[in-house]
Each structure stands twice: as C-alpha cells, then as structure tokens.
Write a protein that binds this ligand. Structure first.
Ligand SMILES: Cc1ncc(COP(=O)(O)O)c(C=O)c1O
Length: 397
C-alpha cells in the first residue's frame, strides 16, 4: 500500500482526548474516578432552544440550507454580537459552519499557503497547532509564562514576525489559561499586526464567560483597519451549553467570507438545519440562562482557586474567564511520586489518575509541560471531592 499523505501522518491524537478516554475506561470498569477534563458546560441546553429545534423538524425544516448557513441565523448572529460585544457586521460578512472548530479550520485553510507561519501564543488550545499544520502552515510558538499572566507582549509578537508570517492566532478568554486581554493589550498587539499586514484570527468562543464584573473585548471593535484584518470566530457551544449541536460562525470581510463559503460548499455543507434553527432561538430568545450559567461558573472558579491554593506544593492563578485553571507543578517536577519520577505533566496526570483516581489534562500538548489543566465545568461537590483527593494523593506520596 502507498503511504498516506505527509500532512496526515503528522497529525497527533488530541492529548485532551487521551486522558479522557483512560478516565472513561476506568469509569466503565466500575472505578470511582473524578474527571476535570471536560471542555464543555455540564448544563443541558436550555429548554426553549431544544423546543425550537423540535418545532423546526416538525415544520419540515429538514432540508439543506445554503452551504454558508441559514440567512435567519446569520441575521441573529449579527444582532446578538452587536448587542453583546458591540461588533457590527452584516449578513454577507457571516459564515455558519460546524462549531467554532470547523470555522477555525476553514479560516486556516483559506489563509495559509505551504510554509506560511502563524504566530501562536502559548499556552494554547491544543487543536490550533494541529490545524495550522494540517493546512500546510507552521505554528510559531510564542511563550507567555505565569509571570506575565500567560499573555504575550507586543515586543514578543514583533520579535516573532518573519517575511513568512501570515497571521496571529488569538484566543481571549483563553483555553487553557482563562486569561483575558484588556482593550489596551489587544490594541497594542493589533497595531503590530496592522503594521505588518497580518491577519488576526480571533477565537472568542468563551466571550460570555467572564467574571468579576468584567466584559470581554473583541479585537474587531478597536478600529476599522484592525477590523479589516480580523477574522472573528465564535459560536453557541459554550455560551448556550450547545456543544453537541455543532453550530459556530465566522465574521470577517465579505470577500473572505465568500471564499470560506466556497470551501464549505464543497466539503461539509452547512450544519444540520434544525440545529441552526435551535441556534436562532439561542441568540434571539431569552438570555437569562446565560447569566445563570455564568454565575455558577464564577462560584465554581472561586471555590476551585481557593481550594487548590490551600494545597501544599501546587498553585494556580485566578483566571478571569472561560472555565479552566492551570495548576503549576514546578515544585513537583523532578520528584518521585508513587515510584514514578515526575518529568512533566504527562507523568503527573498518569500517576494522579492511577493512584489518586482524579483525571486532569496535562498541558504538554499546550506548550506548557509544567502545568495541568482542570476544567471547573462540574459541580461544587465534585470540585471539593476532587481537590480533597489531590491533597491526599500528594500528602500520602
Ligand atoms: C478555544 C476553543 N476554541 C474552539 C473550541 C471549539 O468550539 P466548538 O464546540 O464551537 O467547535 C473550543 C472547545 O473546546 C475551545 O476551547
């Protein structure tokens, strides 16, 4: 047999899924394990949204929509984004595709020629690096440590730019760090991008999950020139607890959206028609559940941060958004736990799962090998039990 393509043979399995499948297997085997791996809200989709999708199916809205998405949904996206973050686009500047993830993949496909570089601030969501490589691009990783709140500076950005740089990949609020770039910080980065004529792919999927009375700022609201360089990616997955519906969107210049639409029309087509009608209800219907979920996440964040920082030898910063914390393992690296030398967070996550029965996500795949990520999209009871277990696991090692 001839080999599969070079590009395909270099795609890695997701590290977040690897621990998750070990955790699920242990659970299926009847073991009492606690999982902090989930990258999705634990709430069910609000009932009005489910009812709207059911209604759509009964009304025969089960045929194809235009490949670039339902016009009614594009209009709902424009109105909701204007109301929530003040971004102003028309329906010709919107593409609907299967989740933010698919939109990101199409955006990279449309922008990148082989060898084009994408600046990727680290720690980053693991799929970015893979997607960039799958589209023939080269991720150029710029590291931002805990000492700089996991945020890169304009000087770091400037230093990473080469003649091959095509774009900056921004994610605020961030998975895995939970950090948010302020308006001033965004402006400083965006000005560097405009100066070098770089695109900004701005993944704002966690925009509604922001705490301490703050609001997320979209880079596309800063000024017209910046906006022309921006490809804004968002979706309904995290805000409306709709991860399984697979509806996300891109907002960008019309010429770019047209090309992205061509890609979709010859590959997947639009997301399921009734899922798109459910998303219309999510965006146009009552928004009270969004705030209820946001407040629950804020309480859980406060709890988990306080609990983790009370455990000797580990610590975490207080994130400002999303639903993840990054536990710093620096004091444990090089030590032995349960007969295993801990060289990085992969080792730690494995030993913790096997001896402490707690699943966490190692951040080796996020370019932060001395950290593990915990999702607090889970109940306060599970958070308490899980952190008790981690504390005992470390105490008894
Ligand atoms: C930063 C980031 N972007 C995009 C996604 C994917 O979102 P969607 O479910 O809309 O594809 C995720 C999911 O975990 C994410 O963390």
């Amino acid at each position: 047999m001839k080999p599969i393509s070079q590009i395909a043979s270099h795609v890695h399995a997701s590290t977040t899924l690897a621990i998750d499948s070990m955790y699920k297997k242990m659970k299926a085997d009847g073991l009492d394990v606690i999982g902090f791996g989930a990258g999705e809200p634990d709430f069910n989709t609000p009932a009005n949204i489910i009812e709207a999708a059911e209604r759509a199916m009964r009304e025969g809205k089960t045929k194809y929509t235009p490949a670039s998405g339902l016009l009614e949904l594009k209009a709902a996206v424009c109105d909701r984004m204007y109301e929530d973050i003040g971004v102003s686009y028309n329906t010709n500047q919107v593409l609907i595709a299967s989740g933010a993830k698919h939109n990101l993949f199409i955006a990279f496909s449309v922008l990148l020629d082989p060898g084009d570089e994408v600046i990727l601030p680290a720690p980053f969501w693991v799929s970015y690096a893979e997607m960039i490589a799958m589209c023939g691009g080269v991720p150029v990783i710029v590291k931002a440590g805990e000492d700089q709140n996991f945020k890169i500076t304009p000087e770091q950005l400037e230093a990473a730019i080469t003649p091959k740089t095509k774009c900056l990949c921004l994610n605020t609020p961030s998975n895995p760090t939970g950090m948010i770039y302020s308006k001033e910080e965004l402006l400083a980065l965006a000005e560097v991008c405009v100066k070098h004529d770089l695109y900004i792919i701005s993944d704002e999927i966690y925009y509604s999950l922001v705490y301490d009375g703050k609001k997320a700022v979209s880079v596309s609201t800063l000024d017209d020139e910046i906006r022309q360089h921006t490809i804004l990616i968002n979706g309904v997955s995290k805000t409306y607890a709709m991860t399984g519906w697979r509806v996300g969107y891109t907002m960008a210049e019309e010429s770019l959206i047209k090309v992205m639409g061509n890609f979709v029309s010859h590959s997947t087509g639009a997301p399921a028609t009734f899922a798109q009608w459910g998303a219309v209800e999510a965006l146009r219907g009552p928004q009270d559940q969004v705030e209820v979920m946001r407040q629950a996440f804020e309480r859980r964040r406060n709890l988990i941060v306080d609990r983790v920082n009370a455990v000797p030898d580990i610590s975490c910063l207080k994130p400002e958004g999303a639903f993840y914390i990054m536990i710093n393992l620096q004091k444990l690296i090089g030590k032995e736990l349960y007969g295993v030398k801990i060289n990085d967070s992969d080792d730690f996550a494995n030993v913790l799962l096997n001896h402490g029965h707690v699943a966490v996500v190692p951040c080796t795949g996020f370019a932060a090998p001395e950290f593990v990520r915990l999702s607090y999209a889970t109940s306060e009871q599970i958070i308490n039990e899980g952190i008790d277990r981690i504390a005992n696991f470390l105490k008894n090692a």
